[in-house]
Every structure is written in C-alpha cells, then in structure tokens.
Design a protein around this ligand. Structure first.
Ligand code: GLU
Length: 472
C-alpha cells in the first residue's frame, strides 16, 4: 500500500503534466512555457467590517495567454492560497483546450470564510477586489473574465459586473467582463446547472462505450447504475439531479457534517430542503446516517462523484474505494498517489479538467451572448416554428393523416436559449470524451484517462503557441 505523500496542489498538476508531456513531440522549451503561470497578482486591501479595518488577502493568476481572454472562477474560502490558485489556473488552461473553448486559463480567490460576513460586507469585499483587478488591468471582456467557483455564485458576479461597468462607462462589451451572472444581468439560461450537467453528459458518454464498460465489468448505459455524490453544493446537487433523472440511483450523498445512504436512491431536492430546514444532511427520513462523512467515499457503488474540494482521495483511502468509475466533478479531488493506485486496480478515473468543463463551456456561450448583445434563439425561434408548422401541414395534407397535438407541439418547437445551451454542452462533452478516448486508444502506453486528457490539452496549447509564431 502506498504511503500518503503530501503534495502541493500545483506540484500535483505539474506531475500530471510531466507524465503526459513525454507522449507529445513538443519542444522542451514550449512545454516549459505551457507549464508556467504567466502572471500572478497577489493583493492585500483594507475593508471596514463593523468598526474594525480588516486586511483582506486575495489573488488572481493568469496561467496562459496563448488565447485571449483568460478565463476562470473566483473562490471565497479560508483555504485559498497562492499554490491552490496557481494549480486551479493551470487546470483552467487545459480544461478550456480540451473542450475547444478559446480562452487561456486563470483563477482568482479571496482568503475569507464567506459565512462570517453579512451580504453587505461580502459586497464591499467583492467590489474592492474588482477595483483592484481593474487597477492592474486584470479584468475585462478581452483580458480576463472571472466566473463563480467554490463559495461564490450569481450574486457575487452581479457585484463584479456592476463595479466594472461603473468604472468603465460606455464600454459597449462590458457585460462580457464576467460570466455566471444572473439572467437579468446578462447571464445565460443553463449556466447554473452547467457543471453538474456536463458531469452527467461526460459520464454518460463513457458509460455508453461498450469496450470500456466490458473492461470494468459493467453494463453499458447509465440506467440502474449506483452513484455516490460527495458535496451538495451547486455542482454536486445538479450532478445528482441529472443522474437521478437519467435513471441512475443516487445511493448516498455526503456533506462535511456527515453522509446519508439509501439503497433505493435519494432525491437531491428533498435532501437539500431537509438540510436547509434542520442545518444538517443527517437524519433524513428513511435514510441511514454515516456520521464520518469521508466513509461515504468508500461505499460499494458503480460511480463515485467527488464534487467538493481537492485532495479528498489520496494514498491513504484510495485502496478502500470500491467504485468502478470515479468522476472528478471537483477540481483536483485525487492526489497523484491515488491515481497510481487506481491505475493498478483497474478503476477508471474520469479527470476533472475534462469532466467539470461544463461550467466554462457555458460561460463561453454566455460571453458570446454578451458580445453579440442578443439572446440565443431570438432571431430564429419563430422562423423555425413557422417553417415546421408549414412542413407538417404539407405532410398531413399529402398523407391525409393527422399528428397528435402533443407530437405537433414537439415537432414545431423552435429552440429557446436553454435548448441551445444544453445541446451545445452535450455536443461539447461528447466530442471531448471521444477525442480523449481516441488519443488513449492510439497510444496504449498512456497509463490513464487523465494522462490522455493532458496529452490532448498540451498538444492543442503547444500548437496554438507555435502558430502564434512565438516559437518559430
Ligand atoms: N469555476 C469554474 C471552473 O472551475 C468555471 C469557470 C468559468 O466559467 O470560467 O471550471
């Protein structure tokens, strides 16, 4: 059994990068340039909280400028530090490359416990952070575009937007300075559930691959598969929802205060409401409590979805994991030691930088919407409906048969914004899965799916750098 080694997060990303780099034929200098974080901005700023002045520590890291703008979330957490922000920024570069989203990677964070502040205080902190970014030219629709991450959501994005717009009056594309905004503030429908939905599409595609399922001794398809989800935040909640709706059984849900399990499956919304009411996930009617939350990771299941924070599965607990597929909905939930153990045990790890790319994919759609200043579907919805109605009328006339009202509604329907966003996301996740699997199949020396995903990502970033003419 491997002993548990403490990795710095950025070091772990570098380790995965090096493991993959040897399967590319890129110049060592190009590889070195890809690996480094290009710009690192650490800031301290004062904010008056009550009658005290608090000095707040925050970061923004731009990992790669091979494409513009840079893109990545902002997290509010006490565990935010430079190493973590650098690692997450690097993952963003690879993530965007894998799903063909034309951005460089970035990440930001503020080292605070958001639960300790009132909404008013959080607004002051967020607005001040935004003005620090503006001062150093670290934000803008063509420069660097933040988004939600752990501890932040639509509300914080709206504050960022408002601060930016008030300091850049008249900038016509200002709306595109941040994504994950409320729909009323230039957000796009479908962004909130995008990461969880992308996790579902990605795992569903993997489960539809017969050869992979045969190797894992599993039936093809999602239907009836048992799933354990760790984390009932935005990503975990929506992943659980889409798995349940897709016919899987979510047999356990875990949060930091404990976990619950039910052999017939749990309904995430009911559990969410129970937790809201009682303050804990435990004691959900009909379910069995698991007081030590981390034990839920070790339950017998087909698919394990860690959707909380990094390093939750490591050299110490990896030998006890019983799932056949681990889908990394969080960023960096497995350490490199855990990876090695799962390779040996033949467990399939579906890597974060691809699997949780649904968020940034739909952020890209939001950014495009903001730059085009028009809602998706606005121009063509009615035209499609009129055309479909006409075609249907002709078919009915020619055949003499009538289509039922329900079928008629389905056939005639012109795409709304959310239809287009979901279909764009489904296509993106499906294509990315195939690209990674193809790369893996073509080179059997590649030890795991994570390395295959890195090979795909590094090759694309390397090509982009070369095409920029930086490395003639
Ligand atoms: N924070 C999310 C991530 O880690 C989304 C980033 C974005 O939309 O820019 O992928």
């Amino acid at each position: 059994m491997a002993s548990q080694i403490e990795y710095k997060f950025f070091e772990a990303v570098e380790k995965s990068f090096d493991k993959a780099a040897k399967f590319t034929n890129l110049d060592p200098g190009v590889l070195e340039q890809i690996k480094q974080c290009n710009s690192v901005y650490r800031m301290f700023f004062p904010v008056k909280i009550g009658d005290k002045i608090e000095v707040i520590k925050a970061y923004r890291v731009q990992h790669s400028h091979h494409k513009s703008p840079c893109k990545g979330g902002i997290r509010f957490s006490l565990s935010v530090n430079l190493d973590e922000v650098m690692a997450l920024a690097a993952l963003m570069t690879y993530k965007c490359a894998i799903v063909n989203v034309p951005f460089g990677g970035a990440k930001g964070g503020i080292t605070i416990d958001p639960k300790k502040y009132t909404p008013y205080e959080l607004e002051k902190i967020t607005r001040r952070y935004t003005s620090e970014l503006i001062k150093k030219n670290f934000i803008g629709p063509g420069i660097d575009v933040p988004a939600p991450d752990y501890g932040t959501g639509e509300r914080e994005m709206a504050w960022i937007l408002d601060t930016y717009m008030s300091m850049r009056p008249g900038e016509v594309d200002a709306m595109g300075c941040v994504t994950g905004k409320p729909v009323s503030q230039g957000g796009v429908r479908g962004r909130k559930e995008a990461t969880g939905l992308g996790v579902f599409y990605g795992i569903r595609e993997v489960c539809n691959m017969e050869d992979i399922m045969t190797k894992l001794n599993l039936q093809t398809g999602i239907e009836g598969k048992t799933v354990v989800v760790q984390g009932l935040g935005n990503v975990g909640y929506h992943a659980a929802k889409f798995f349940r709706e897709g016919g899987a059984k979510v047999i356990a849900l875990a949060e930091f205060e404990g976990a619950i399990t039910h052999p017939e499956g749990l309904n995430e919304e009911e559990v969410f409401q129970h937790r809201k009411k009682t303050g804990s996930i435990l004691d959900f009617p009909g379910a069995t409590n698991i007081v030590k939350s981390t034990e839920a990771l070790e339950l017998q299941c087909d698919i394990l979805i860690p959707a909380a924070l990094e390093n939750v599965i490591n050299g110490e607990n990896a030998p006890r994991i019983k799932a056949q597929i681990i889908g990394e909905a969080a960023n960096g939930p497995l350490t490199p030691d855990a990876d090695e153990i799962f390779i040996k045990r033949g467990i399939l790890v579906v890597p974060d930088m691809y699997l949780n790319a649904g968020g940034v994919t739909v952020s890209y759609f939001e950014w495009l919407k903001n730059l085009s200043h028009v809602r998706y579907g606005r121009m063509e919805k009615r035209f499609t409906e009129n055309m479909n109605s006409h075609i249907l009328g002709q078919i009915e006339d020619l055949t003499g048969k009538k289509v039922s009202a329900k079928e008629k509604q389905f056939i005639m329907h012109g795409a709304d914004e959310v239809d287009l966003v979901y279909s764009g996301l489904e296509e993106t996740m499906t294509a990315a899965t195939r690209e990674i699997m193809d790369c893996w199949n073509k080179n059997p020396e590649i030890p795991d799916m994570r390395t295959a995903a890195y090979v795909v990502a590094i090759s694309k970033v390397g090509t982009a750098y070369s095409e920029l003419g930086i490395f003639p």
